[in-house]
Design a protein around this ligand. Structure first.
Ligand SMILES: O=P(O)(O)OC[C@H]1O[C@H](O[C@H]2O[C@H](CO)[C@@H](O)[C@H](O)[C@H]2O)[C@H](O)[C@@H](O)[C@@H]1O
Length: 248
């Protein structure tokens, strides 16, 4: 268990490449995907980190690149979206896979499931579909069972997250995205630091560790590949602010 994990040291960002999950790490979890609040204070923090780390800051999210870019506008950062399936350098269009008919078929089946289940929400994503049950937690077992069956039927990857079962194209995860970005010349000879909260972030914690860096778990203790832990979103933002100041 990670209950003995220390907080990250103050100098961890020196000579680092920083990778940040979004929901539950930089912004508080909200009732629905559209309801998250992005403050100008957060935009300023990301801008400062980007400047002081010479551009070595990337968002690595389950959301799409387009969605992250719109929420952080006018700040432009490198974004790996859709759980590592698409990667875009700052201000550039993403390199993306082709959406398959399987995703459309899964979307139709999940819409059928949600139709007569109040509180269940279907999120149509560029390379997958999310079945959210945060507002109908009693539907979790049925939602997960259906998502697992659809994943098998359509050759999709089942990605469980916080009150969501996502189906998405196979072919990448947050760990592979971190490794791809670390192979870019601008990050050579730096140490990856990944901050995230969900089980979907574990692949990136492991990848950061493998490349000589470290993961920072945001949230309660659990079994994790992270080396450090911070309690919650405010603690994560405060640590990042101190890190940005130390780099000034
Ligand atoms: O990798 P992340 O940046 O953490 O994104 C993961 C998923 O985040 C969103 O869903 C989660 O956040 C919602 C808003 O707080 C919440 O309502 C939901 O229950 C969470 O699962 C997003 O909707 C997904 O597409 C992302 O994959």
């Amino acid at each position: 268990m990670s209950d003995t994990l220390p907080p990250p040291p103050a100098d961890l960002l020196l000579n680092a490449s920083l990778f940040l999950d979004f929901d539950g790490t930089l912004v508080e979890i909200a009732a629905t995907p559209d309801a998250v609040e992005v403050s100008d204070t957060l935009r300023q923090l990301l801008h400062d980190l980007y400047q002081r780390l010479d551009g070595r800051v990337a968002i690595v999210s389950g959301r799409s690149v387009a969605e992250i870019a719109a929420m952080l506008d006018p700040v432009t950062l490198t974004v790996a979206g859709s759980h590592g399936l698409e990667i875009a350098a700052a201000g550039k269009p993403p390199v993306v896979p082709a959406r398959t008919e399987g995703v459309d078929a899964a979307l139709a089946a999940l819409n059928d499931f949600a139709r007569d289940r109040p509180g269940v929400l279907v999120e149509d994503k560029p390379f997958g579909v999310g079945l959210h049950y945060r507002q109908a937690p009693e539907q979790e077992a049925d939602a997960r069972a259906l998502a697992a069956a659809l994943a098998d039927r359509h050759g999709l990857h089942l990605q469980l997250g916080k009150m969501v079962a996502e189906l998405r194209l196979r072919g990448g995860d947050k760990g592979s995205a971190l490794k791809a970005l670390m192979a870019e010349p601008g990050r050579a000879a730096t140490r990856p630091v990944f901050m995230g909260d969900d089980v979907t972030d574990e692949a990136a914690f492991a990848a950061a560790c493998e490349l000589g860096g470290a993961g920072i778990l945001v949230g309660p203790a659990r079994d994790t590949h992270a080396r450090y832990r911070l309690d919650d979103v405010p603690a994560a933002l405060a640590w990042l602010r101190r890190g940005a100041e130390a780099l000034a």
